[in-house]
Ligand binder design. Structure first.
Ligand code: BG6
Length: 476
């Protein structure tokens, strides 16, 4: 049974920005339509655009019409719109905000670039709004270890850790949450989930979109800071963590942070960086990264990164982990693949079976969400000939419902005060710490054509085998 959060106001800084338009307003609308917003509470947008309340409601209407998961229902929108307020963030907005906010409990969403965090936090404090406020912030949480620590100090000067929600929207995805159920609710799976059985792990976050119109912003981040340090390290932590003592938020986050602390620092020799050039993606020409507005013509920003790392924990010591993420690749696919060890004895030598493919567990985070087990079977016939086969679980087929958007789940949790799916201070710092050596000494950029599988140099990172071929059908 889904709970209705206690009465509170929600303030969104950056309310007319891209994130608010594409994700936050549609998610809040969905929650409102399901009766999952607080019974009493305003949703107050604030941004530098000089809009009035009516114009902001029209903006929200367009955003819901274009991006909501279930589509726009005018009656449901009218109910949602009745709680929408707007305060332009021009000339000292804090006192105006203080007037609109009526409830002692409130949550403040910072959907703004990191450079705006500090001034907003100071304003909130000056206007006496820090008391009773919780803060939701978006990644990147700093751009290296030192800046992450500074940001955490700045936040802690305003609100304590238990009122900070660091969002990583990957944790709001159903398939990511299912990782824990898949692992810890199935004896069959948990027994093989360790160094005794697993020989190597590959994690992939491949995108077929480019940087598009975010050139200016992306120049500051690159793939390492945009995806690897946060989304991928969270996937890694969930893949490697030991069972928590309970599903209490701190118990869960304690186990994740142990994994992040166990990552052996990643140096430049473990990393291949790439940047895409003009090419064809799914039949369409995509301009190269350096052709994008706001990108320097000799930019050395990575739009792709691949690396190998070691998790020095009891369960995973000695198992190589290979991670890669990139934009403008040939396909969109996020998956975790565990390759099992070879069988101890090749009993079939001398028969028709030449080389046995290792068993593989694939968790498809998106698209075509599901899990598959690949193994070897005898092909019917008079001689012993092996064939790779697959057992498949597909969310779409098993549960004929459409899962909630990650932001719906996360906003609802934050309104309820549930920290389970948010990142704790020590998690961000541990992730940056593991990456600091490579951030200090970035290896050179290798170019790859848009629509390819990334730079071929990435192959050299693997001790044996190769990266799973992204041109194969999902699950193959
Ligand atoms: C965001 C990144 O965090 O995640 C984007 O900033 C990226 O660059 C996006 O495109 C990918 O999210 P998803 O949910 O489409 O995998």
């Amino acid at each position: 049974m889904l709970r209705v959060p206690p009465d509170q106001d929600l303030v969104v800084f950056g309310a007319t920005g891209d994130l608010a338009r594409r994700k936050l307003l549609p998610a809040l609308y969905e929650l409102s339509a399901q009766g999952l917003l607080p019974r009493r509470g305003e949703v107050v947008g604030t941004a530098t655009s000089d809009l009035d309340e009516e114009a902001f409601r029209r903006f929200a209407h367009d955003s819901v019409a274009n991006f909501s998961r279930t589509g726009l229902d005018e009656d449901a929108f009218a109910t949602f719109a009745s709680r929408l307020r707007y305060v332009p963030a021009v000339s000292d907005p804090a006192p105006k905000l203080a007037k609109v906010l009526k409830r002692p409990r409130r949550i403040v969403y910072l959907a703004v670039p990191p450079s705006a965090f500090d001034p907003i936090l100071l304003e909130l404090r000056a206007a006496g709004l820090a008391r009773g406020s919780s803060i939701i912030i978006e990644k990147p949480f700093g751009h290296d270890l030192a800046s992450a620590r500074e940001l955490n100090h700045a936040l802690h000067r305003i609100v304590p850790e238990d009122r900070i929600y660091r969002i990583d929207h990957y944790l709001g995805k159903e398939t990511v949450q299912n990782l824990l159920v898949f692992r810890f609710a199935n004896t069959l799976i948990e027994r093989i989930w360790n160094r005794d059985v697993v020989a190597a792990v590959q994690l992939t976050v491949a995108e077929d979109i480019g940087v598009e119109d975010r050139g200016h912003l992306y120049e500051e981040t690159g793939a390492i800071r945009d995806i690897l340090q946060n989304h991928m390290f969270q996937l890694l932590a969930l893949t490697c963590m030991s069972p928590p003592s309970s599903f209490d938020p701190e118990a869960l986050r304690d186990e994740k942070v142990k994994v992040l602390h166990s990552i052996r620092p990643v140096g430049p020799q473990d990393v291949v960086r790439g940047q895409y050039t003009r090419g064809s993606v799914n039949g369409k020409i995509m301009p190269g990264y350096r052709e994008i507005e706001g990108v320097s013509p000799d930019s050395a920003t990575d739009t792709y990164v691949a690396l190998r790392l070691a998790v020095d924990s009891w369960e995973w010591a000695g198992v190589p982990f290979y991670l890669r993420c990139g934009k403008a690749l040939c396909t969109r696919r996020t998956e975790i693949m565990l390759f099992c060890r070879d069988v101890p004895l090749h009993l079939f030598e001398g028969t028709g079976i030449a080389k046995l493919q290792p068993n593989r567990v694939t968790i498809r985070i998106q698209p075509d969400e599901g899990i598959s087990l690949s193994f070897v079977a005898k092909r019917p016939g008079p001689t012993v000939v092996e064939q790779g086969v697959r057992m498949d679980f597909s969310y779409g087929q098993s549960f004929k419902t459409q899962p909630a958007e990650a932001y719906e789940r996360l906003l609802h949790d934050a309104l309820l005060g549930d920290h389970t799916l948010f990142i704790r201070q020590d998690e961000t710092e541990a992730s940056w710490k593991a990456l600091q050596p490579v951030l200090d000494q970035m290896p050179p950029i290798n170019l790859y054509a848009a629509g390819s599988q990334g730079p071929t140099e990435a192959e050299a990172l693997l001790e044996s085998g190769s990266w799973h071929d992204l041109s194969h059908h999902v699950g193959e």
